[in-house]
Ligand binder design. Structure first.
Ligand SMILES: Cc1ncc(COP(=O)(O)O)c(C=O)c1O
Length: 400
């Protein structure tokens, strides 16, 4: 019997908005709907509401409120970081890792076409940046490193403090894509040797359509969108006041959960239990860092490589479909790349799994399960049996 109601284990794709987030946004839509740039009382109320959200978010991230630029989400924040910083200086060399989100790859290739030299840094079989390769390139003309802090597909976390210190010593700017990290561990931007940090609301039960970029004070940044001079001239357009309020509530809820659990994400423990039970099933093995060996991994994230039989990798896409028939929502790799592959009608090997050293067939057999606070321990109890049934369904169909 499929699970009813179905379980949502795709937090890294997006997450259901929290009730408190919806309530806060509704109140702001009613009371502070005006344009924050208007000079009348309606506008002032909206401006005050927006600045309250900015202060709250900056405070929760250990940043100064003037360092926070609201964007439409993570992809825009990443583009603003890379294109905004790089268009303010003469072309040089830009470094990214081999396991970046497609938004970073796209922004980097725009810069390449504007005369920037792009170098892609390798990772090891766990998805950890190879520091020697980085060190060799931390010299002129390198100006910026953009790095995914928590990898959405394989869960690897980078040693950002050590990397940031090396960048600082070499005079290289560092941007972190922290989209999967914010809300899952405490962050003190003021203390991090990092210049820019991107995040988004919808991964932490906030609204879709808003995110933010933290920009270290004094750093020159050209806007992607100009116009009315909003966001201190760094992003034109009337600000989404209600979305900003929703994002602030979402991050507050996430930080409250962390604080109530000694700064650690309470999802790590159920994730570890689920992992152990899944690895007991035939044909499943872990990809990315191993939390049982204390290798740094996103606490709510679990990724597997799946074989239907000895040496016969499953199609991650087929498995996601079969799992949904069993009442479990999951992903194969990242939501955006699986969507693109589905439209092309192909079983696309994941470039991220390939960067970790896997061949094409294994790199198309990825399964990602990601947890959120809407799931109870009892919910998770049912997952291994559902995975087993989905695998059996594929074996019966003789599906690759
Ligand atoms: C690591 C990472 N970076 C960036 C993004 C893009 O964020 P958004 O969907 O808010 O544009 C995502 C979302 O999938 C992500 O997982």
């Amino acid at each position: 019997m499929p699970l009813d109601p179905p379980l949502y284990l795709d937090a890294c794709a997006t997450s259901p908005p929290a009730e408190a987030v919806l309530a806060a946004m509704q109140a702001v839509h009613r009371q502070a709907w005006a344009n924050p740039s208007s000079l009348h009382g309606f506008g002032l109320a909206a401006a005050e509401q927006l600045e309250r959200s900015r202060l709250q978010l900056a405070d929760l991230l250990g940043a100064h409120s003037e360092e926070l630029v609201f964007t439409s989400g993570g992809s825009e924040a990443i583009h603003l970081a890379l294109l905004g910083v790089c268009s303010a200086v003469p072309p040089g060399r830009l470094l990214i890792s081999a396991i970046e989100h497609p938004a970073t790859v796209a922004a980097a290739s725009q810069l390449q076409s504007r005369g920037w030299q792009l170098e892609i840094l390798p990772v090891d079989s766990c998805g950890t940046l190879e520091l020697e390769a980085l060190e060799r390139l931390l010299q002129p003309p390198t100006r910026l490193l953009s790095l995914i802090w928590g990898q959405n597909e394989v869960g690897s976390l980078q040693a950002v403090e050590a990397i940031g210190r090396r960048c600082r010593a070499a005079g290289v700017l560092l941007h972190l894509d922290a989209v999967q990290v914010v809300g899952h561990q405490p962050i003190a931007f003021a203390e991090l040797p990092v210049d820019l940090l991107s995040f988004t609301a919808h991964k932490l039960q906030g609204p879709r359509g808003i995110g933010g970029l933290l920009v270290r004070r004094g750093l020159a940044l050209d806007p992607l969108i100009s116009g009315g001079g909003q966001e201190r001239g760094r992003r034109g357009g009337t600000e989404p006041v209600a979305l900003a309020a929703g994002m602030a509530v979402a991050l507050q809820l996430a930080m409250d959960r962390l604080n109530a659990n000694g700064g650690r994400d309470p999802l790590a423990e159920p994730r570890d239990q689920l992992l152990e039970r899944l690895l007991a099933l035939p044909g499943l093995r872990l990809s990315g860092p191993d939390p049982r060996r204390a290798e740094p991994r996103l606490p709510h994230h679990l990724s597997l490589l799946v074989d239907l039989a000895e040496g016969q990798p499953a199609s991650g896409r087929s498995l996601v479909h079969a799992l949904w028939q069993e009442g479990v929502a999951a992903s194969s790799g990242s939501a955006c790349s699986s969507g693109a592959a589905a439209r092309a009608g192909a079983v696309a090997p994941s470039p991220v799994l390939q960067a970790l050293g896997h061949g094409a067939a294994i790199a198309a057999s990825g399964l990602r399960l990601s947890l959120g606070p809407w799931l109870s321990l009892q919910d998770l109890e049912a997952v291994p049996a559902a995975v087993e049934r989905a695998l059996q369904r594929l074996r019966n169909e003789g599906s690759p």
